[in-house]
Every structure is written in structure tokens, then in C-alpha cells.
Design a protein around this ligand. Sequence first.
Ligand code: GLY
Length: 367
Amino acid sequence: MSSVLTVPVGLGSRAYDVLVGDGALDAAADRLPGFFPRQRAILVTDSHIAPLHLERVITLLAGAGLACDPIVMEPGERAKSFAGLEQLVDALLERNIERSEAVIALGGGVIGDLTGFAAAVTKRGVDFIQIPTTLLAQVDSSVGGKTGINTRQGKNFAGAFHQPRLVIADTALLATLPERERRAGYAEIVKAALIGDEPMFERLDAAGAGVLQGAPLARAIADAVAFKARIVAEDELEHGNRALLNLGHTFAHAFEAEAPKDAIRHGEAVAAGIALAFRYSVARGECPASDADRVEAHLRSVGLPWNAASLAHKDWDAARLVARMRDDKKNQAGEITLILARGIGKAWIDPRIDTTHLVAFLETSLS
Ligand code: GLY
């Protein structure tokens, strides 16, 4: 029996499937020719991913009767820039890409976001397929159609909603992923449960660190993707509940902006941010302390940060963090929006945070 799970993202005429599990690439083989009428598949990856996974994908494409035409970008966040976008759009146009053809993004969040944005704007839009190679990308960034690049002003400040046509989340590709990246990606899985699926949190908590490997991991990815798919299907353009998916992220972006480059992983910052969102909810008298205790204990049990002090960088200043939080894209009318929780699985959106109270809370929790 195939262990590959199919999670549909219900967006009407733009609906697509996310194939999750060990063997998802093979399970996708029959679907691929339909996306490539010229029997060639333009594929975007980076020079870190290419030696690890490109051969595998070239073989898969060849088996489906498709020639692979790879574009290899420089690795790292620098490619997610106006310069990287220009380079990629030029490369697509040099290959005379037609609107009937799709582009494959093979890599982590940077390659997925950049390729998706290039696909959204090249010839006013070509299709793209995501083959995410990190846990973070499999569980979050490859699904939902947020694409973009960073600008001088901030991360993902230029972009477009452009849904992929297919997402192939083959967990076999995670074998080469360093343990730290695997744990960091897990933060986005537990985030889904904490937003709105208490039974899922119970399952994750019962599995403990065992959830980071094998079939339990594939199941957890599929659960998190199914949760995200439901929210995206209801609110694709983030006018409402899609913002819930940012639980922990406003704190996280502030940590990431304040820490030295590469000191902390995005998922680590998200984990600490989730714990803080629960603690802040308790401080406001809106969440049982026992739920915040459980969240912290769970994050700790899987080796993730469970507060600001357990992040790899420790030199935080409450007022500076809150100043960073003011730059968040979710904010409205100059007020900070935070995703808070009334308990496990009961997240909600508060668009008017009292910044004086927030600074005081952070000062206490950082001391
Ligand atoms: N990563 C949050 C979202 O896709 O909305």
C-alpha cells in the first residue's frame, strides 16, 4: 500500500494537490507530462540543493518522457532579491518559456518563494510546481501561494499570491536535512495544532521527539498541510483568518531582525514566539497558565526554544523588539496585530495591541 498521502487544497478552478510521504516523487510521475507540453521541464534550484537532489528529479522527469533544463541559483537568502528575480526572469525568458509550460521549484523556502514570484510575473504568469526539500518548506511555504522576495525594507515585502499547480513533499528528500533544520521545521507543524487542532496537539505531544522521523513525521506534515489548506481555501488573500497562520511570527520576525545574521533559524524564532504568544495571553488573563506550561514543555521536549532566553542569541531589548514588531505586514492603522490564544487550539487575532503593556510584558519575560 502506498504511504503517500494526498491533501487537496480546495481553490475551485485553481485547486491543487499536495502529495506527502516517502515516495511522493514517484507517485507524482504520471501527473507531470500534463504540465510540460514541450517535453522539457525548466527547473529552478540552488547550488546547495543541486548536488543533493537534482539527479533524482532528472531521473524522475526522464522516466516521464521529459528533458530537464535546470537553472541553478546561488544558495541562501541573497537570491530572494530584486537582483535574483531579474536573473531568474531573464533565464526563463532566454529559454523562451511559454504560458502553457510550468516551472519546477526544487529547494527550500527561498527557491520556492523566488520561483513562485518569477512564475507569477513572467509573461504575466506561468504555472509552477513545488518540490520542497526542507521540512519548513514542505509544511508551510510551498503551500498556499505566498510568493515573493525581500526588499531593503523587510522580508517578503514584494510578492504576489500565485498558487502552485502541484506540491510534491517527498519526505525521503529530508534524509539529508541537518537535525537542527528538521527541528526548526517542526515548529510550523506544532503551530498548526496550537492554532486550531487540539487533538493534533495531543497526538504530537504523545509522540514526543519520535514525531521528527519516518511515518509519524509524514502523518504530521499531512495533518499540518491539511489544516493550512482549510484556512487558505477560506481566506486565500489573508483578509481574515489566514493571519492565524502567523501565530508566533510577529515575535519571531522581531527576534530574527535583532539577532546577528544566521544566529537563529526561522523555526526556532517561531517556537519561542509561539511560547511568548501563549505567555502573553496568560498575562492578559485570557488563557489558562496550564496550557502555556504544556506548550513550553512540548517545545522543550522536541529540542526547540521555549522562550526568548532559550534561543541561541540572548541579547534582547524589549523596546527594540516591539519597535521591530511595528514593521509587521499584518499591522493595521499603525497598531500591532498579534495572534493570541485562549487555550491550545484556540488562537485568535487581536489587531490592537497595547504597546506599553507589551513592552512591560517582554521586559519581565526577558529578565
Ligand atoms: N506562512 C503563512 C501563510 O502562508 O499564510
